[in-house]
Design a protein around this ligand. Structure first.
Ligand code: PGA
Length: 258
């Protein structure tokens, strides 16, 4: 449980490329059943594209919201294999993730591409989780802050101050994602503080203080409470543990304000 945290915590379950259709339905049903009324937090599920519509039906009437893991920067046209903002809206998405490290590093997405996707999301009235984070090599070389500043500045290029209330930042150190090697509470708090200072440089202090920053990277039921208790950590983006309903719900409980 978080204490003294003024911003409404947000927990995302990023299922990545997991769940076929009926697995997704089962997982969503199980989360709905266990979560009940989560209190004053937002909880968003991010299933793979083909399962969005089915999951939307399962979570209808519950406290859960629906999001997509990515989108393309154009709204329609000859872009084989891509999925656009209007398509996501039409199947019930209210959220989308851009800039996830697996897309930046495994699929070669630059911050310039992330920026185009972020504009597409905003244009289509999708609330957006913008993910940033350094690699192990970058941290070891003392470059964490440079990398975070560059990713934030380039990804948020030409995004107006007015749009910032529809954006959540996810700080996800690449070395912590899917590795079991969570950032310490101290490392996470420091990075969040730095991210907020960059937002203050870009948009001023009021907007920086009002923007939610999630931590992501091997969040589990065992470490969530300590991470969520840190000042400036406003929720979690959860990968592996979001596929385990009981554990995911415990993480949501840890993020909920007292
Ligand atoms: P993980 O993934 O919880 O499995 O480390 C987090 C993420 O990639 O968002």
């Amino acid at each position: 449980m978080t204490e003294g945290n003024e911003l409404r915590p947000i927990v995302g379950g990023n299922w990545k490329m997991n769940t076929t259709l009926y697995e997704a339905i089962d997982l969503a049903e199980s989360i709905v059943r266990r979560l009940g009324d989560p209190g004053d937090i937002e909880v968003v599920l991010f299933p793979p594209f083909p399962n969005l519509q089915a999951v939307d039906q399962v979570i209808d009437g519950s406290a859960l919201q629906l999001g997509a893991q990515d989108l393309f920067w154009e709204d329609k046209g000859a872009y084989t294999g891509e999925v656009s903002g209007p398509m996501l809206r039409a199947v019930g998405c209210r959220w989308v993730i851009v800039g996830h490290s697996e897309r930046r590093h495994e699929l070669g997405e630059s911050s310039a591409v992330v920026n185009k996707k972020l504009h597409a999301a905003l244009r289509n009235d999708l609330q957006t989780i913008l993910a940033v984070g350094e690699t192990r090599e970058e941290r070891n070389a003392g470059r964490t802050e440079d990398v975070l500043r560059a990713q934030l500045t380039e990804s948020l290029q030409d995004v107006s101050a007015d749009a910032m209330d529809r954006i959540v930042i996810a700080y996800e150190p690449c070395w912590a994602i899917g590795t079991g090697d969570t950032a310490t509470a101290e490392q996470a708090r420091e990075a969040h503080e730095f991210v907020r200072s960059v937002l203050a440089d870009l948009y001023g202090d009021d907007i920086a203080q009002a923007t939610r920053i999630q931590y992501g990277g091997s969040v589990t039921a065992a470490n969530a409470a300590e991470l969520m208790a840190q000042e400036g950590i406003d929720g979690a983006l959860v990968g592996g543990a979001s596929l385990k309903p009981e554990e995911f719900v415990r993480i949501c409980e840890a993020a909920a304000p007292v």
